[in-house]
Design a binder for this molecule. Structure first.
Ligand SMILES: *[C@@H]1O[C@H](CO)[C@@H](O)[C@H](O)[C@H]1NC(C)=O
Ligand SMILES: *[C@@H]1O[C@H](CO)[C@@H](O)[C@H](O)[C@H]1NC(C)=O
Length: 453
Protein backbone atom coordinates (compact mmCIF):
# COMPACT_ATOMS: atom_id res chain seq x y z
CA UNK A 1 0.00 0.00 0.00
CA UNK A 2 2.76 2.41 0.89
CA UNK A 3 3.84 3.15 -2.66
CA UNK A 4 0.35 3.71 -4.08
CA UNK A 5 0.51 7.49 -3.85
CA UNK A 6 3.88 7.50 -5.54
CA UNK A 7 2.76 5.15 -8.28
CA UNK A 8 -0.15 7.39 -9.14
CA UNK A 9 2.11 10.43 -9.05
CA UNK A 10 4.40 8.69 -11.50
CA UNK A 11 1.46 7.70 -13.65
CA UNK A 12 0.47 11.35 -13.83
CA UNK A 13 4.00 12.32 -14.82
CA UNK A 14 4.06 9.64 -17.47
CA UNK A 15 0.79 10.87 -18.88
CA UNK A 16 2.21 14.35 -19.29
CA UNK A 17 5.45 13.19 -20.87
CA UNK A 18 3.76 10.31 -22.66
CA UNK A 19 6.09 9.48 -25.53
CA UNK A 20 9.28 10.42 -23.72
CA UNK A 21 8.34 8.26 -20.76
CA UNK A 22 7.60 5.33 -23.05
CA UNK A 23 11.00 5.54 -24.70
CA UNK A 24 12.95 5.76 -21.45
CA UNK A 25 10.86 3.31 -19.47
CA UNK A 26 13.44 0.59 -18.96
CA UNK A 27 15.59 -0.62 -16.09
CA UNK A 28 16.25 0.53 -13.44
CA UNK A 29 12.71 1.05 -12.29
CA UNK A 30 11.71 3.87 -9.99
CA UNK A 31 8.54 2.76 -8.25
CA UNK A 32 10.23 2.62 -4.87
CA UNK A 33 10.78 6.00 -3.28
CA UNK A 34 14.39 6.81 -2.29
CA UNK A 35 15.05 7.26 1.43
CA UNK A 36 16.09 10.72 2.61
CA UNK A 37 17.24 12.17 5.94
CA UNK A 38 15.74 14.94 8.00
CA UNK A 39 17.25 15.78 11.40
CA UNK A 40 17.94 12.52 13.21
CA UNK A 41 15.58 10.36 11.16
CA UNK A 42 15.10 8.65 7.79
CA UNK A 43 12.12 9.44 5.59
CA UNK A 44 10.23 7.82 2.76
CA UNK A 45 8.56 10.87 1.27
CA UNK A 46 6.84 12.59 4.17
CA UNK A 47 6.65 9.48 6.28
CA UNK A 48 9.29 8.54 8.81
CA UNK A 49 11.10 5.37 7.81
CA UNK A 50 12.04 2.75 10.41
CA UNK A 51 14.59 0.08 9.54
CA UNK A 52 13.10 -3.38 10.09
CA UNK A 53 15.65 -5.52 8.41
CA UNK A 54 18.36 -8.13 8.54
CA UNK A 55 21.99 -8.72 7.68
CA UNK A 56 22.40 -10.75 4.51
CA UNK A 57 25.72 -12.50 3.97
CA UNK A 58 25.19 -15.99 2.58
CA UNK A 59 28.37 -18.01 3.15
CA UNK A 60 29.66 -15.58 5.78
CA UNK A 61 32.61 -13.27 5.34
CA UNK A 62 34.97 -16.08 4.33
CA UNK A 63 32.92 -16.99 1.24
CA UNK A 64 32.96 -13.33 0.18
CA UNK A 65 30.07 -13.90 -2.23
CA UNK A 66 28.07 -11.05 -3.75
CA UNK A 67 24.49 -12.33 -3.41
CA UNK A 68 23.12 -9.40 -5.42
CA UNK A 69 25.10 -10.31 -8.54
CA UNK A 70 23.49 -13.74 -8.84
CA UNK A 71 19.72 -14.09 -9.32
CA UNK A 72 20.04 -17.81 -8.52
CA UNK A 73 20.91 -16.71 -4.99
CA UNK A 74 18.95 -13.51 -4.41
CA UNK A 75 15.62 -14.53 -5.91
CA UNK A 76 15.30 -17.47 -3.51
CA UNK A 77 16.06 -15.25 -0.55
CA UNK A 78 13.78 -12.41 -1.63
CA UNK A 79 10.89 -14.89 -1.34
CA UNK A 80 11.93 -15.46 2.28
CA UNK A 81 12.34 -11.72 2.90
CA UNK A 82 8.79 -11.15 1.67
CA UNK A 83 7.51 -13.88 3.94
CA UNK A 84 9.25 -12.24 6.90
CA UNK A 85 8.01 -8.77 6.01
CA UNK A 86 11.33 -6.91 6.27
CA UNK A 87 12.05 -3.60 4.53
CA UNK A 88 15.89 -3.38 4.51
CA UNK A 89 18.83 -5.74 4.01
CA UNK A 90 22.49 -5.07 4.61
CA UNK A 91 24.94 -6.63 2.16
CA UNK A 92 28.58 -6.80 3.27
CA UNK A 93 30.41 -7.26 0.05
CA UNK A 94 29.40 -6.58 -3.50
CA UNK A 95 31.24 -7.04 -6.78
CA UNK A 96 31.54 -3.67 -8.48
CA UNK A 97 32.46 -5.28 -11.81
CA UNK A 98 29.11 -7.08 -12.07
CA UNK A 99 25.54 -6.22 -12.97
CA UNK A 100 22.94 -6.06 -10.20
CA UNK A 101 19.80 -5.08 -12.12
CA UNK A 102 17.83 -8.26 -11.61
CA UNK A 103 18.37 -8.60 -7.86
CA UNK A 104 18.02 -4.90 -7.11
CA UNK A 105 14.83 -4.63 -9.15
CA UNK A 106 13.35 -7.73 -7.54
CA UNK A 107 14.13 -6.23 -4.15
CA UNK A 108 12.51 -2.95 -5.19
CA UNK A 109 9.41 -4.86 -6.29
CA UNK A 110 9.32 -6.39 -2.80
CA UNK A 111 9.61 -2.94 -1.19
CA UNK A 112 13.08 -3.72 0.15
CA UNK A 113 15.96 -1.25 0.44
CA UNK A 114 19.65 -2.14 0.57
CA UNK A 115 22.40 -0.78 2.81
CA UNK A 116 25.77 -1.63 1.31
CA UNK A 117 29.29 -1.85 2.62
CA UNK A 118 31.50 -0.04 0.11
CA UNK A 119 34.52 -2.03 1.30
CA UNK A 120 35.39 -5.67 0.89
CA UNK A 121 38.21 -7.83 2.25
CA UNK A 122 40.69 -6.88 -0.50
CA UNK A 123 39.74 -3.22 -0.82
CA UNK A 124 39.55 -1.67 2.63
CA UNK A 125 41.53 0.28 5.20
CA UNK A 126 44.21 -1.94 6.72
CA UNK A 127 44.31 -1.67 10.52
CA UNK A 128 48.02 -2.31 10.47
CA UNK A 129 48.66 0.39 7.91
CA UNK A 130 45.78 2.87 7.76
CA UNK A 131 47.98 5.57 6.25
CA UNK A 132 49.33 3.45 3.40
CA UNK A 133 46.04 1.70 2.69
CA UNK A 134 44.15 4.96 2.24
CA UNK A 135 45.27 5.10 -1.37
CA UNK A 136 44.09 5.55 -4.94
CA UNK A 137 43.32 1.88 -5.79
CA UNK A 138 41.25 1.70 -2.61
CA UNK A 139 39.18 4.77 -3.42
CA UNK A 140 38.79 3.64 -7.03
CA UNK A 141 37.13 0.45 -5.78
CA UNK A 142 34.93 2.32 -3.29
CA UNK A 143 33.82 4.81 -5.94
CA UNK A 144 33.17 2.03 -8.46
CA UNK A 145 30.84 0.44 -5.91
CA UNK A 146 28.97 3.73 -5.66
CA UNK A 147 28.73 3.82 -9.48
CA UNK A 148 27.37 0.28 -9.50
CA UNK A 149 24.54 1.04 -7.05
CA UNK A 150 23.73 4.75 -7.21
CA UNK A 151 21.27 4.18 -10.05
CA UNK A 152 18.94 2.04 -7.99
CA UNK A 153 16.27 3.97 -6.07
CA UNK A 154 16.31 1.28 -3.36
CA UNK A 155 19.98 1.79 -2.52
CA UNK A 156 19.30 3.26 0.89
CA UNK A 157 22.79 4.01 2.18
CA UNK A 158 26.48 3.10 2.03
CA UNK A 159 28.77 2.13 4.87
CA UNK A 160 32.20 3.74 4.67
CA UNK A 161 33.64 1.07 6.97
CA UNK A 162 32.67 -1.83 9.17
CA UNK A 163 34.23 -2.39 12.59
CA UNK A 164 37.60 -1.01 11.52
CA UNK A 165 37.96 0.50 14.99
CA UNK A 166 38.00 -2.30 17.51
CA UNK A 167 38.64 -2.77 21.21
CA UNK A 168 42.40 -2.21 21.03
CA UNK A 169 43.25 1.44 21.59
CA UNK A 170 45.62 1.56 18.64
CA UNK A 171 42.79 0.68 16.24
CA UNK A 172 41.34 4.14 16.90
CA UNK A 173 44.28 5.43 14.83
CA UNK A 174 42.38 4.20 11.77
CA UNK A 175 39.52 6.61 12.50
CA UNK A 176 40.85 9.60 10.47
CA UNK A 177 41.29 7.37 7.42
CA UNK A 178 37.84 5.82 7.64
CA UNK A 179 36.31 9.24 8.15
CA UNK A 180 38.30 10.55 5.17
CA UNK A 181 36.79 7.71 3.11
CA UNK A 182 33.35 8.69 4.39
CA UNK A 183 34.00 12.32 3.34
CA UNK A 184 35.36 11.25 -0.06
CA UNK A 185 32.32 9.08 -0.76
CA UNK A 186 30.03 12.04 -0.11
CA UNK A 187 32.22 14.22 -2.34
CA UNK A 188 32.11 11.60 -5.11
CA UNK A 189 28.32 11.22 -4.93
CA UNK A 190 27.98 14.99 -5.23
CA UNK A 191 30.58 15.41 -7.98
CA UNK A 192 28.99 12.67 -10.10
CA UNK A 193 25.55 14.25 -9.75
CA UNK A 194 24.00 11.26 -8.01
CA UNK A 195 21.06 11.41 -5.65
CA UNK A 196 22.13 12.29 -2.10
CA UNK A 197 22.63 8.70 -0.91
CA UNK A 198 23.48 8.69 2.81
CA UNK A 199 26.99 7.59 3.87
CA UNK A 200 27.96 6.53 7.40
CA UNK A 201 30.06 4.17 9.50
CA UNK A 202 29.13 0.86 11.13
CA UNK A 203 30.86 0.55 14.50
CA UNK A 204 31.80 -2.56 16.45
CA UNK A 205 30.08 -3.36 19.76
CA UNK A 206 32.79 -1.80 21.94
CA UNK A 207 31.61 0.13 25.00
CA UNK A 208 34.93 1.88 25.67
CA UNK A 209 35.00 3.81 22.40
CA UNK A 210 31.42 3.74 21.09
CA UNK A 211 30.55 7.30 22.07
CA UNK A 212 33.90 8.73 20.95
CA UNK A 213 33.44 7.04 17.60
CA UNK A 214 29.88 8.31 17.25
CA UNK A 215 30.86 11.90 18.02
CA UNK A 216 34.01 11.71 15.93
CA UNK A 217 32.07 10.73 12.81
CA UNK A 218 29.59 13.54 13.41
CA UNK A 219 32.06 16.35 14.12
CA UNK A 220 33.60 18.93 11.83
CA UNK A 221 32.22 20.51 8.67
CA UNK A 222 29.12 19.22 6.89
CA UNK A 223 31.38 17.81 4.15
CA UNK A 224 33.28 15.81 6.74
CA UNK A 225 30.61 14.55 9.07
CA UNK A 226 28.65 11.40 8.31
CA UNK A 227 25.02 11.40 7.25
CA UNK A 228 24.17 8.78 9.88
CA UNK A 229 25.84 6.50 12.43
CA UNK A 230 25.27 2.80 13.06
CA UNK A 231 26.64 0.34 15.56
CA UNK A 232 26.50 -3.37 16.15
CA UNK A 233 24.97 -4.52 19.41
CA UNK A 234 24.95 -7.96 20.99
CA UNK A 235 23.75 -7.08 24.47
CA UNK A 236 20.09 -8.13 24.23
CA UNK A 237 19.98 -11.83 25.02
CA UNK A 238 16.27 -12.55 25.13
CA UNK A 239 16.00 -10.01 27.89
CA UNK A 240 14.38 -6.57 27.98
CA UNK A 241 14.97 -2.85 27.52
CA UNK A 242 16.47 -2.29 30.96
CA UNK A 243 18.34 -5.59 31.49
CA UNK A 244 20.02 -5.27 28.10
CA UNK A 245 21.18 -1.77 28.95
CA UNK A 246 19.47 -0.36 25.87
CA UNK A 247 17.81 2.26 28.09
CA UNK A 248 21.28 3.67 28.77
CA UNK A 249 22.11 3.62 25.08
CA UNK A 250 19.06 5.76 24.42
CA UNK A 251 20.09 8.17 27.16
CA UNK A 252 23.67 8.36 25.85
CA UNK A 253 22.52 9.29 22.35
CA UNK A 254 19.54 11.50 23.18
CA UNK A 255 21.21 14.68 21.88
CA UNK A 256 22.92 13.04 18.93
CA UNK A 257 22.26 15.08 15.79
CA UNK A 258 22.07 12.50 12.95
CA UNK A 259 20.11 9.26 12.49
CA UNK A 260 21.37 6.16 14.27
CA UNK A 261 20.40 2.54 13.92
CA UNK A 262 21.71 -0.88 14.88
CA UNK A 263 23.64 -2.27 11.93
CA UNK A 264 23.66 -5.70 13.60
CA UNK A 265 21.67 -6.85 16.59
CA UNK A 266 21.56 -10.34 17.92
CA UNK A 267 22.56 -12.81 20.54
CA UNK A 268 22.70 -16.54 20.30
CA UNK A 269 23.00 -17.47 23.97
CA UNK A 270 19.31 -18.08 24.45
CA UNK A 271 16.61 -19.15 22.11
CA UNK A 272 15.67 -15.89 20.44
CA UNK A 273 12.20 -14.33 20.38
CA UNK A 274 13.37 -11.05 18.82
CA UNK A 275 11.74 -8.98 21.54
CA UNK A 276 14.27 -6.32 20.53
CA UNK A 277 11.69 -5.21 17.99
CA UNK A 278 9.20 -4.24 20.67
CA UNK A 279 11.61 -1.68 22.10
CA UNK A 280 13.05 -0.61 18.74
CA UNK A 281 9.54 0.30 17.57
CA UNK A 282 8.51 1.83 20.92
CA UNK A 283 8.65 5.50 21.95
CA UNK A 284 11.33 4.40 24.42
CA UNK A 285 13.68 4.33 21.45
CA UNK A 286 12.15 5.92 18.35
CA UNK A 287 12.99 9.50 19.23
CA UNK A 288 16.66 8.52 19.01
CA UNK A 289 16.91 5.27 16.98
CA UNK A 290 15.62 4.42 13.52
CA UNK A 291 15.33 0.65 13.97
CA UNK A 292 17.89 -2.00 13.20
CA UNK A 293 19.14 -5.01 11.29
CA UNK A 294 18.87 -8.45 12.82
CA UNK A 295 22.09 -10.48 12.62
CA UNK A 296 21.66 -12.54 10.50
CA UNK A 297 19.80 -14.32 7.71
CA UNK A 298 21.80 -17.44 6.92
CA UNK A 299 23.20 -19.96 9.38
CA UNK A 300 26.98 -19.75 9.28
CA UNK A 301 29.76 -20.99 11.49
CA UNK A 302 29.07 -18.35 14.15
CA UNK A 303 25.50 -19.70 14.54
CA UNK A 304 23.26 -16.65 14.25
CA UNK A 305 21.21 -17.63 11.21
CA UNK A 306 17.49 -18.21 10.78
CA UNK A 307 17.76 -20.01 7.43
CA UNK A 308 20.00 -22.93 6.47
CA UNK A 309 21.34 -22.82 2.92
CA UNK A 310 21.92 -26.42 1.88
CA UNK A 311 25.48 -26.99 0.73
CA UNK A 312 26.31 -23.36 1.50
CA UNK A 313 27.53 -24.00 5.02
CA UNK A 314 31.18 -23.58 5.92
CA UNK A 315 31.73 -20.65 3.63
CA UNK A 316 31.16 -22.41 0.31
CA UNK A 317 31.16 -20.18 -2.77
CA UNK A 318 28.04 -22.00 -3.95
CA UNK A 319 25.09 -20.37 -2.17
CA UNK A 320 22.37 -21.51 -4.56
CA UNK A 321 21.09 -24.52 -2.60
CA UNK A 322 17.71 -25.12 -1.01
CA UNK A 323 16.66 -22.75 1.80
CA UNK A 324 15.47 -24.39 5.01
CA UNK A 325 13.68 -22.20 7.53
CA UNK A 326 15.02 -22.78 11.03
CA UNK A 327 12.90 -22.39 14.15
CA UNK A 328 13.89 -18.78 14.66
CA UNK A 329 12.67 -17.83 11.19
CA UNK A 330 9.08 -18.05 12.40
CA UNK A 331 10.01 -16.30 15.65
CA UNK A 332 11.44 -13.35 13.70
CA UNK A 333 8.43 -13.23 11.36
CA UNK A 334 6.10 -13.22 14.37
CA UNK A 335 8.01 -10.44 16.10
CA UNK A 336 7.89 -8.31 12.95
CA UNK A 337 4.13 -8.83 12.81
CA UNK A 338 3.57 -8.25 16.50
CA UNK A 339 5.62 -5.04 16.69
CA UNK A 340 4.83 -2.94 13.61
CA UNK A 341 6.50 0.36 12.80
CA UNK A 342 4.86 3.33 14.52
CA UNK A 343 2.41 5.24 12.32
CA UNK A 344 3.75 8.54 13.53
CA UNK A 345 7.12 10.26 13.42
CA UNK A 346 8.25 8.61 16.66
CA UNK A 347 9.19 11.91 18.28
CA UNK A 348 12.30 12.44 16.13
CA UNK A 349 14.30 15.66 16.19
CA UNK A 350 13.98 17.57 12.89
CA UNK A 351 17.18 19.54 13.44
CA UNK A 352 20.50 18.04 12.36
CA UNK A 353 23.38 18.92 14.64
CA UNK A 354 27.15 18.37 14.64
CA UNK A 355 28.90 16.88 17.67
CA UNK A 356 32.04 18.25 19.31
CA UNK A 357 35.06 16.15 18.34
CA UNK A 358 36.01 13.86 21.25
CA UNK A 359 39.25 14.60 23.09
CA UNK A 360 41.94 11.94 23.20
CA UNK A 361 41.71 9.80 26.34
CA UNK A 362 42.61 6.39 27.72
CA UNK A 363 40.59 4.68 25.01
CA UNK A 364 40.75 7.14 22.14
CA UNK A 365 44.06 7.93 20.49
CA UNK A 366 43.05 10.49 17.86
CA UNK A 367 44.78 13.79 18.65
CA UNK A 368 43.65 15.85 15.69
CA UNK A 369 40.39 17.00 14.14
CA UNK A 370 42.08 17.18 10.77
CA UNK A 371 41.57 14.50 8.17
CA UNK A 372 44.03 13.17 5.63
CA UNK A 373 43.66 14.77 2.20
CA UNK A 374 42.30 12.65 -0.63
CA UNK A 375 45.23 11.02 -2.42
CA UNK A 376 46.17 13.07 -5.47
CA UNK A 377 45.61 10.14 -7.83
CA UNK A 378 42.00 9.74 -6.69
CA UNK A 379 40.97 13.33 -7.37
CA UNK A 380 40.53 12.72 -11.07
CA UNK A 381 37.73 10.26 -10.33
CA UNK A 382 35.58 13.15 -9.15
CA UNK A 383 35.67 14.59 -12.67
CA UNK A 384 36.01 11.49 -14.81
CA UNK A 385 34.31 8.79 -12.80
CA UNK A 386 36.01 5.77 -11.26
CA UNK A 387 35.93 3.52 -14.33
CA UNK A 388 35.59 -0.25 -14.16
CA UNK A 389 35.59 -1.70 -10.66
CA UNK A 390 38.17 -4.35 -9.71
CA UNK A 391 35.51 -6.71 -8.34
CA UNK A 392 36.12 -9.03 -5.41
CA UNK A 393 39.18 -10.80 -6.82
CA UNK A 394 41.44 -7.98 -7.97
CA UNK A 395 44.99 -7.41 -6.75
CA UNK A 396 43.67 -5.63 -3.65
CA UNK A 397 44.59 -2.26 -2.20
CA UNK A 398 45.58 -2.96 1.39
CA UNK A 399 49.26 -3.02 0.57
CA UNK A 400 49.18 -1.07 -2.67
CA UNK A 401 51.80 1.60 -3.25
CA UNK A 402 50.16 4.80 -4.37
CA UNK A 403 52.13 5.29 -7.54
CA UNK A 404 49.52 7.56 -9.07
CA UNK A 405 50.11 10.11 -6.36
CA UNK A 406 52.79 12.73 -6.78
CA UNK A 407 52.45 13.96 -3.22
CA UNK A 408 52.32 11.87 -0.08
CA UNK A 409 48.94 10.23 0.07
CA UNK A 410 46.93 11.08 3.09
CA UNK A 411 48.62 14.37 3.97
CA UNK A 412 46.52 15.86 6.73
CA UNK A 413 44.50 18.88 5.74
CA UNK A 414 42.48 21.57 7.43
CA UNK A 415 38.75 21.29 7.25
CA UNK A 416 38.74 24.05 4.62
CA UNK A 417 40.42 21.54 2.34
CA UNK A 418 43.84 23.19 2.24
CA UNK A 419 46.58 20.74 2.91
CA UNK A 420 49.00 21.50 5.64
CA UNK A 421 52.22 19.60 5.31
CA UNK A 422 53.74 21.35 8.32
CA UNK A 423 51.19 19.50 10.34
CA UNK A 424 53.47 16.54 10.72
CA UNK A 425 52.72 16.00 14.40
CA UNK A 426 49.47 14.20 13.79
CA UNK A 427 50.79 12.35 10.79
CA UNK A 428 53.84 11.27 12.68
CA UNK A 429 51.75 10.28 15.66
CA UNK A 430 49.63 8.11 13.45
CA UNK A 431 52.60 6.59 11.64
CA UNK A 432 54.71 6.22 14.74
CA UNK A 433 52.24 4.25 16.75
CA UNK A 434 51.05 2.13 13.88
CA UNK A 435 54.60 1.30 13.00
CA UNK A 436 56.00 0.90 9.55
CA UNK A 437 57.21 -2.55 10.42
CA UNK A 438 53.68 -3.43 9.44
CA UNK A 439 54.71 -2.84 5.85
CA UNK A 440 56.61 -6.08 5.91
CA UNK A 441 54.25 -8.42 4.19
CA UNK A 442 53.90 -11.57 6.16
CA UNK A 443 51.20 -14.17 6.35
CA UNK A 444 50.12 -12.88 9.74
CA UNK A 445 50.04 -9.27 8.62
CA UNK A 446 47.98 -10.18 5.58
CA UNK A 447 45.57 -12.08 7.75
CA UNK A 448 45.21 -9.16 10.16
CA UNK A 449 44.73 -6.86 7.22
CA UNK A 450 42.03 -9.03 5.77
CA UNK A 451 40.17 -8.87 9.04
CA UNK A 452 40.26 -5.10 9.18
CA UNK A 453 37.29 -4.25 7.03
C1 LIG B 1 48.17 -2.72 18.53
O1 LIG B 1 48.42 -3.21 19.82
C2 LIG B 1 48.44 -4.63 19.91
C3 LIG B 1 48.53 -5.02 21.36
O2 LIG B 1 49.35 -4.17 22.09
C4 LIG B 1 49.56 -5.17 19.05
O3 LIG B 1 49.58 -6.58 19.08
C5 LIG B 1 49.34 -4.72 17.61
O4 LIG B 1 50.41 -5.12 16.80
C6 LIG B 1 49.21 -3.22 17.54
N1 LIG B 1 48.85 -2.85 16.19
C7 LIG B 1 49.51 -1.95 15.51
C8 LIG B 1 48.99 -1.67 14.14
O5 LIG B 1 50.48 -1.36 15.93
C1 LIG C 1 10.05 1.39 28.21
O1 LIG C 1 10.80 1.97 29.24
C2 LIG C 1 10.37 1.67 30.55
C3 LIG C 1 11.23 2.48 31.52
O2 LIG C 1 12.56 2.15 31.36
C4 LIG C 1 10.47 0.18 30.79
O3 LIG C 1 10.01 -0.15 32.07
C5 LIG C 1 9.64 -0.55 29.74
O4 LIG C 1 9.81 -1.94 29.89
C6 LIG C 1 10.10 -0.13 28.35
N1 LIG C 1 9.27 -0.77 27.33
C7 LIG C 1 9.78 -1.18 26.17
C8 LIG C 1 8.84 -1.86 25.24
O5 LIG C 1 10.94 -0.99 25.85
Amino acid sequence: MKSLALVSALAATNAVHGSLAASVRHKPRAEIEPITIKGNAFFQGNKRFYIRGLDYQPGGSSANVDPLADPKICLKDIEKFKKLGINVIRVYSTDNSKDHDECMNALADAGIYVVLDANNPLYSINRNDPHGSYNTPYLQSVFATIDAFAKYPNTMAFFSGNEVIHDLKNTTLTAPYVKATDRDMRAYIKARGYRKIPVGYSAADVSTNRMQTAHYFNCGSDEERSDFFAFNDYSWCTSDFVTSGWNKKVEAFKDYGIPIFLSEYGCNHNKRNFGELESLMHRNMTSVYSGGLMYEYSMEENKYGIVQIKGGEKGSKDQTGERIELEEFAAFANALKKYPAPDDDGGYNPVSKASACPPADDHWDVHTEKLPAMPEGARKFLKEGAGKGPGLNGPGSQWAVDQASSSTPGTFEDSDGSSDSSDSDESAAVRGTVGYAAFVISGVAMLLGALAW
